[in-house]
Ligand binder design. Structure first.
Ligand code: NI
Ligand code: MN
Length: 226
């Protein structure tokens, strides 16, 4: 069990046992963000890939909070140059942290950094917390069949993109839910910009009709126990 807060687009904060774990803290420039980076509290920051709407305000938040960034080796090297403490992982590899195990999963996407430098391979994160709860944050990705393998781990919740254009759209995201088989699925990466507008309620209805998953539609600023 953990408390998940949504800050719009792909930005989340997961709190477990008093540890605050951010995922893709894009706040400044995010039209849906409900807080500014100077208000963010963080112990760890998970960065799925190098794009600006995911690296976001990692440097500013880490500078103030001394949070440790967890990402691939290339993104961690970029962040370290800016003074951020990091723990580098790479696709398929994981590590046991104080709050639980974090593994980097594959993603079908790009990963150039905001300054155009090389950001390694894009990823997602599988989290297995010390209390036994398990979560998957897909990051930006197209549908891939190995989501079945991630689903085999047993997921309390999965956070997946549905916006289309840059990532999976609603139809492929439904297939992703069929592969992942989570108890709860939380859609993200939609409605932030015109290009990724989606009818999330229609998607929720369809997913709940065709799978056993419960769709949790979070509004920016919402928190939920998952
Ligand atoms: Ni991206
Ligand atoms: Mn993105």
């Amino acid at each position: 069990m953990a408390e998940l807060t949504y800050y719009g687009h792909a930005a989340f904060m997961l709190e477990t046992g008093g540890v605050k774990i951010w995922i893709d803290p894009y706040l400044k420039g995010n039209p849906t963000a409900t807080i500014t980076p100077d208000k963010a509290e963080a112990d760890y920051i998970l960065v799925t890939h190098g794009h600006g709407d995911h690296v976001g305000d990692t440097v500013e938040i880490a500078e103030r909070t001394l949070a440790v960034a967890i990402s691939n080796a290339e993104i961690c090297a970029w962040l370290r140059e800016k003074g951020v403490r990091t723990h580098a992982l790479h696709i398929g590899g994981g590590h046991e942290f104080s709050f639980g195990y974090v593994k980097m999963t594959p993603a079908l996407h790009g990963s150039s950094m905001p300054d155009g430098s090389y950001g390694g391979s894009p990823g997602g994160f599988f989290l297995s917390l010390t209390d036994g709860s398990q979560y998957y944050f897909a990051g930006d990705t197209g549908l891939f069949g190995d989501m079945r393998l991630i689903g085999d781990e047993g997921l309390d919740a999965a956070v997946i993109p549905i916006g289309d254009n840059y990532t999976m759209g609603p139809k492929d995201a439904l297939r992703a839910v069929q592969f992942l088989r989570p108890n709860i699925v939380i859609p993200m990466h939609y409605d932030t910009f015109d290009m990724i507008q989606q009818d999330v309620q229609a998607w929720k209805a369809r997913v709940e009709q065709e799978t056993d998953a419960q769709v949790l539609v979070m509004q920016p600023g919402d928190s939920a126990s998952i």
